[in-house]
Structures are given as structure tokens and as C-alpha cells.
Design a binder for this molecule. Structure first.
Ligand code: C2E
Ligand code: CA
Ligand code: CA
Length: 456
């Protein structure tokens, strides 16, 4: 989930860094050829190549790879360039100024990344800036370093380009900050005004009977229209607003579950609710969930809480303890988006899970990618051995459904059956006679255009 505008600004930042690297590489590279400094010229050819690769990656939306490349290469390149920037007495070297935009841009690009990328890389850049500003460490051989005649101009060029880079980054960061502030205010208003709503996507078994639903939040904004969750959940996670939003979702979903439990024809339905990482990390998470469940009067085993693999990476003991505490009252844990993360299969037996949901990307690629199919079959077999339910998400075509069934997966959710719908529309899946859905006749009238796009 990176579609809240942050991704676009990260991309702009990386594209800009690529272009600036190419321009600087060409400028200095040419100058060093003229000054007869082949080693320095070759280094700048390297910088041009780096800029081209960075631009290509960012252009093709490979933002993770682009960020990783930029975060590791740029500080190193600047440090090495500083060693060659050996200026005559009376002139200050200025190559180290480039550390400042890289530190700031890095912090911005990696704000949602690992500690290493978010803090350590920018801190190393700042340390590099301090060291190279106050010392003259570097190569002393006149044949290797920048010629004296060019040193004074070089200082100006480096200072001006660093200032331009800084300005560019500050403009992008400011746009990001304004948008986040505006969304923060709007989300607070939406909480107070009750502008959030839940939609329910039905889940089916292999006989076409509805088993339950996943509750998915919807935001109807008076001016901005319908804002999809990917555009505001990541912002709510960063600002902490996910905590009140998440508990509203849980209360609303439990209230609906209680209404289903009160009717004989809907008594069997289960409800899946998404829990985000920062919500789960709240110290009172267990207590607040137990309280909501108790007050709603539902049977806890009908509630499934969905977590993603990223939550199992650190703090294993605390995570397990929280999961066990809620499992003890009957709540079922479901592992969402399985197959997209990089955690090992050991997650499946190390944590008290009751269900795994095979991610839609996996389901989509299953038919075209043979190894994906083999992995899916292995996962299903393993899950069976571990007594875990397996549900496939994003089932869009009957071909996918058939393959999943062959592989032994017996629970499904996806546009083939129904997109998420409001509670009134969900009602049509419920009466005993209409409960059976003929999945060979997809409900095309409901299916958003996205299905047509990704179904092929
Ligand atoms: P998710 O939990 O993986 O939810 C499934 C998403 O896939 C939903 O998008 C759903 O509309 C969409 N989907 C369902 N069937 C298909 C299909 O056949 N094909 C395709 N391509 N997509 C399908 P939605 O509702 O836009 O939600 C996006 C994400 O936002 C969710 O992904 C979840 O991570 C997050 N989210 C939604 N509601 C909540 C919430 O109440 N709390 C939290 N923390 N996150 C939420
Ligand atoms: Ca989910
Ligand atoms: Ca999912």
C-alpha cells in the first residue's frame, strides 16, 4: 500500500536524482577529460551510468530497487569524490555539500523503510559532511586530484548544484507535508462526522455457499468523492489515526456480526477485519479488542483478525503473546496477503494462526507461472498439515477457481463472486435459497472495471 501520493513524490525525487547525477557526471566528466584526469573522468562516467540506471528503475516504478541503489551508491560516491577534491590553500572544498541533499532526500524517501535506510544512511551522510568540511583528508598526488586552476570554479559549481538539489527536495517534501496535513484534518473530521462506512466482500466455499465476509473501509468525502483505503490507510498509520479508525471498524464489524448472529439464516457467517501494524502494536490492543468483542456480545470464534507478514518480522515474543491472548478468548488470526512478503514458511507454525489468505498477486500469476502453482500447492498441503484454513483472495476467473480447487484450496474471495458491497447488497447472498452462488456465472454487473483489467 503505497498509493497515497507519497509513492509519486518518492518517484519524483528518484527521477530528479537520476537526472542530476547524469548532468553532473557529464559536466565534470567532460571537464576532467579536458584537464587530463582520466581516473576522475572514468569515475564520472560511472556516475552517468548510475544516473541512467536510477532513472530507468524509477521510470519503470521499481522504486524499491531504485531507492536501495541510490541510498547505497550516492553516499559512497560523494565520499570518494571528496577524497579527490584536494583544493589549494585558501580555497574550501565543497564536494561534501552534496551529502546534505542526499541525507534529507534519503530520510524522505526511506520514511517508511527500515531503520538502516531511514536513519543510518542519512546519519552517515551528515557525518561525512562534518568530516570532509573540517579536515583535508584526501589524495595528495597532483596527477589524481582536481587541478588547481579548476578548484575555485569547482567550489562554486558544487555549492550551487547542492543548493539546487536541496531546493528541489524541500519543494517535494513540502508538497508531501501539506497533503498529509490536509488529509489528517479531513480524517479527523471524517471520524467525528461518521463519514466512514464498511463494505463487505463475501467469502465462499467450494459449493458456492457464502461463509462470511471481509469488512473493508470506505470513505465518502463530500468534496473529494470516494477515497480508496490505499490513499488514506498508510497516512492514518503514520499519524496514529489508524487507532481510532481501526477501533471504529472493529466496533462496526462486530455490531454487524451480532446482527447476523441474531438471525437464523445468517447465524453461521464469520467476519474478517483488517488490523494494521501500528494498531496491533498499541500496548492496550488486546484489552481494547476484548472489550469491543465483549460489549458486542458476538461469539468470538466468528471474528477473524487479519495481519500481514510484516508484523511477524520483529518482536516475536510480544507478537505471539498478544495473538495468544486473543486466541484464548476464541478469536481467529488470519495471515493476509500471504506470498507477498519474504518471511519464511516458519511463520505458519511459529504463530498461533488459524487461517492464511493467499494473496491476489499469487492467484493472478498462478496460471502463467508454473513455479507459482507448485508453491501454491505446497502451501496448501502444508497448511492442511498444520490445521490452517486456506482462503484464496482476488479470484477473478473460473480458470483460477478451477486451479485453486484442484490444488485443494476450498475457500475463495474475489470479483468472480462479488466485489465488496454495502450491507444492503450483501443481503442478496444471504437468504437460504439465494445463498448458493453459481460461480460459473460471475456477477458481471457488480464487477468494477479493475477486474476486466487484471483478469486477462
Ligand atoms: P486487503 O486486506 O488485501 O483487501 C482486499 C482488497 O482487494 C480490497 O481492496 C478488495 O476490494 C480488493 N479485491 C477484492 N477482490 C478482488 C479481486 O478479485 N481482484 C482485485 N484486483 N482486487 C480485489 P480495498 O477495499 O481497496 O482495500 C485495500 C486495502 O486497504 C486492503 O487490502 C487492506 O489492506 C486495507 N484496508 C481496507 N479496509 C481496512 C480497514 O478497515 N483497516 C485496515 N487497517 N486496513 C484496511
Ligand atoms: Ca485483508
Ligand atoms: Ca489481502
Amino acid at each position: 500500500m503505497q498509493d497515497d501520493g507519497h509513492g509519486r513524490r518518492v518517484r519524483a525525487n528518484l527521477l530528479g536524482s537520476g537526472i542530476i547525477s547524469i548532468l553532473i557526471g557529464m559536466g565534470w566528466g567532460t571537464a576532467f577529460i579536458l584537464f587530463d584526469r582520466p581516473l576522475l573522468a572514468a569515475m564520472h562516467v560511472g556516475l552517468i551510468l548510475f544516473g541512467l540506471v536510477l532513472f530507468w528503475l524509477a521510470y519503470h516504478q521499481r522504486l524499491k530497487a531504485a531507492s536501495l541503489l541510490a541510498g547505497n551508491f550516492l553516499p559512497l560516491f560523494i565520499a570518494v569524490s571528496c577524497l579527490f577534491d584536494n583544493v589549494p590553500d585558501g580555497v574550501h572544498r565543497a564536494t561534501q555539500f552534496h551529502f546534505l541533499p542526499v541525507a534529507l532526500g534519503g530520510y524522505f524517501v526511506y520514511r517508511r523503510d527500515s531503520i538502516y535506510m531511514k536513519y543510518i544512511v542519512p546519519a552517515l551522510c551528515l557525518a561525512g559532511f562534518a568530516v570532509f568540511s573540517n579536515t583535508s583528508i584526501g589524495f595528495q598526488d597532483p596527477a589524481l586530484v582536481i587541478p588547481e586552476s579548476a578548484a575555485a570554479t569547482g567550489v562554486w559549481v558544487n555549492t550551487i548544484t547542492s543548493v539546487i538539489e536541496l531546493t528541489f527536495i524541500v519543494i517535494i517534501m513540502n508538497a508531501d507535508l501539506s497533503l498529509r496535513r490536509m488529509m489528517d484534518v479531513e480524517m479527523r473530521k471524517a471520524i467525528a462526522n461518521g463519514d466512514f462506512e464498511l463494505h463487505y466482500q463475501p467469502q465462499f466455499d467450494s459449493r458456492g455457499e457464502v461463509l462470511g465476509a471481509e469488512a473493508l473501509i470506505r470513505w465518502r468525502h463530500a468534496k473529494m468523492g470516494n477515497i480508496p483505503p490505499v490513499n488514506f490507510i498508510p497516512l492514518a498509520e503514520e499519524s496514529g489515526l489508524i487507532v481510532p479508525i481501526g477501533s471504529w471498524v472493529l466496533r462496526a464489524a462486530c455490531a454487524q456480526l451480532a446482527r447476523w448472529e441474531a438471525q437464523p439464516e445468517t447465524r453461521h457467517l464469520t467476519m474478517s477485519v483488517n488490523v494494521s501494524a501500528s494498531q496491533f502494536r498499541q500496548p492496550d490492543f488486546v484489552q481494547s479488542v476484548s472489550e469491543i468483542v465483549r460489549l458486542s456480545g458476538i461469539t468470538p470464534s466468528k471474528l477473524k483478525l487479519e495481519l500481514t507478514e510484516s508484523m511477524f518480522v520483529d518482536n516475536v515474543e510480544a507478537t505471539t503473546a498478544k495473538m495468544n491472548a486473543l486466541k484464548a478468548i476464541g478469536i481467529i488470526w488470519s495471515l493476509d496477503d500471504f506470498g507477498t512478503g519474504y518471511s519464511s514458511l516458519s511463520v505458519l507454525h511459529r504463530f498461533p494462526l488459524g487461517q492464511i489468505k493467499i494473496d491476489k498477486a499469487f492467484v493472478r500469476d498462478m496460471l502463467t507461472n508454473k513455479s507459482n502453482m507448485v508453491v501454491t500447492e505446497a502451501i496448501i498441503t502444508l497448511a492442511e498439515k498444520l490445521d490452517l484454513q486456506v482462503l484464496a483472495e482476488g479470484v477473478e476467473t473460473t480458470d483460477q477457481l478451477d486451479r485453486l480447487r484442484q490444488a485443494g484450496c476450498l475457500m475463495y474471495q474475489g470479483y468472480l463472486f462479488s466485489p465488496p458491497v454495502d450491507i444492503e447488497a450483501f443481503g442478496k447472498f444471504v437468504p437460504a435459497d439465494a445463498r448458493k452462488v453459481d460461480y460459473l456465472q460471475p456477477h458481471t454487473e457488480d464487477v468494477p472495471p479493475a477486474r476486466q483489467r487484471s483478469a486477462g
